[in-house]
Design a protein around this ligand. Structure first.
Ligand code: PLP
Length: 382
């Protein structure tokens, strides 16, 4: 069977071949396989040098100091470390987040609620964005942390992190930002955005799965409680032997992302135009989320009169993701789409198409033509 066209880059990206090549250098007997924490011999020193090189590369993409990068197993762990770590040891803490965050933030905040922490859940406007004013209105005397994502993984819309961060800095409240969908897709600059903690993932940026990082600001100094204990790696914030191959690969991936950022954004912008213009003959198509403040690669569309499940069944030649997360028996509509005010029926009609580095104009054309065909057919048999 022919492989479907991959249009799910927001779920994960393939490892860039140049990254895979880099990764292989840190595994085998003739490679740099040592434990980066081994201080007594060259095997350890070489591995440590590789880890520190990668730390500079990851820091470089977000304009951070390499000492501000803490390695984790992925953005899920980074989110957990940032949120639980910021709240740990605080008396009567209050946390502000939103209903359209990634599960890694939602579930962590729900767990905190179970532990007796007060959590305010903000609802975005129909454009999917949380405003600075909304955040400011939610603050209380005991607010210790605000956690918001920079780019929404279902809608692709951008939060105004710089404005919210400036306000929170003035109020002395910690700001955590999940930037897993932002890095490599738009400019992420911690010198221009006052954030304290920022989560990154390797596999959304053409690196391997199972590696991520948390940016922890040094000035002003941010202190978080460690969540994984044992050995005191990563300045005590995250213990565990560092996976040199994963780290070197994430470093390479982030370096490539920085070098190609502008060009890739322009390429994805033009693919987006091409894909959407291919759908112009179809009416009753709604673009969900902000059309102005967004990254180009993530496109969430609803089709009047067609439910996403049937559409996906018809689109077997495209690998896409439904706005509806199917949880075994019950098909629950996307909490993100409901969060922006869509009713169950509207949310059940949404599909996410996400393009990336290896997408082509032919694929965009093919995808659009398939969608026009299948939607037209489904509508005619209604
Ligand atoms: C993918 C993703 C995560 C989880 O990252 P992992 O590295 O897979 O744990 C967290 N937040 C957002 C916004 C994501 O897109």
């Amino acid at each position: 069977m022919k492989k479907p066209v991959y249009l799910d880059y927001a779920a994960t990206t393939p490892v860039d071949p140049a990254v895979a090549e880099e990764m292989f250098k840190y595994l085998t007997p003739d490679g740099v396989f040592g434990n980066p924490a081994s201080r007594s011999h060259a095997f350890g020193w070489q591995a440590e040098a590789a880890v520190e090189g990668a730390r500079r590369q990851v820091a470089g993409l977000i304009h951070a100091d390499p000492r501000e990068i803490v390695w984790t197993s992925g953005a899920t762990e980074s989110d957990n470390l940032a949120i639980k770590g910021a709240v740990a040891g605080r008396e009567n803490p209050h946390v502000v987040t939103s209903v359209v965050e990634h599960k890694a933030v939602l579930d962590t905040c729900k767990w905190l609620e179970g532990q007796g922490v007060d959590v305010t859940w903000l609802k975005p406007g129909t454009d999917g964005r949380i405003s600075r004013q909304q955040v400011e209105d939610a603050l209380r005397d005991n607010t210790v942390l605000v956690s918001l994502m920079m780019v929404n993984n279902e809608l692709g819309c951008l939060t105004d992190i710089a404005a919210i961060g400036a306000m929170l800095r003035e109020r002395g409240v910690l700001f955590h930002v999940d930037a897993a969908q932002a890095a490599g897709k738009t400019e992420v600059d911690v010198t221009a955005m006052p954030v304290d903690l920022l989560s990154l993932s390797g596999h959304k940026v053409y690196g391997p799965k199972g590696i991520g990082a948390l940016y922890v600001r040094r000035s002003p100094d941010v202190r978080i409680g460690s969540q994984i204990h044992g050995g005191g790696h990563e300045r005590g914030m995250r213990s565990g032997t560092l996976p040199t191959h994963q780290i070197a690969a994430m470093g390479k991936a982030f370096e490539l992302a920085g070098e190609g950022l502008e060009q890739e954004m322009a390429m994805l912008e033009s693919l987006r135009e091409r894909f959407l213009s291919g759908l112009e003959s179809l009416d009753g198509v709604t673009l969900n989320g902000s059309t102005e403040h967004r990254v180009p690669g993530i496109i969430n569309l609803s089709f009047d009169g067609v439910d996403a499940e049937s559409l996906m069944l018809g689109l077997r030649e495209l690998a896409v993701s439904s706005g509806s997360a199917c949880a075994s028996a019950t098909i629950e509509p996307s909490f993100v789409l409901k969060g922006i005010g869509l009713d169950d029926e509207q949310a059940h009609r949404a599909l996410r198409f996400s393009f990336g580095r290896f997408s082509t104009a032919e694929e965009a054309d093919f995808a659009a033509a398939q969608i026009v065909d299948v939607v037209t057919r489904l509508r005619s048999v209604r």
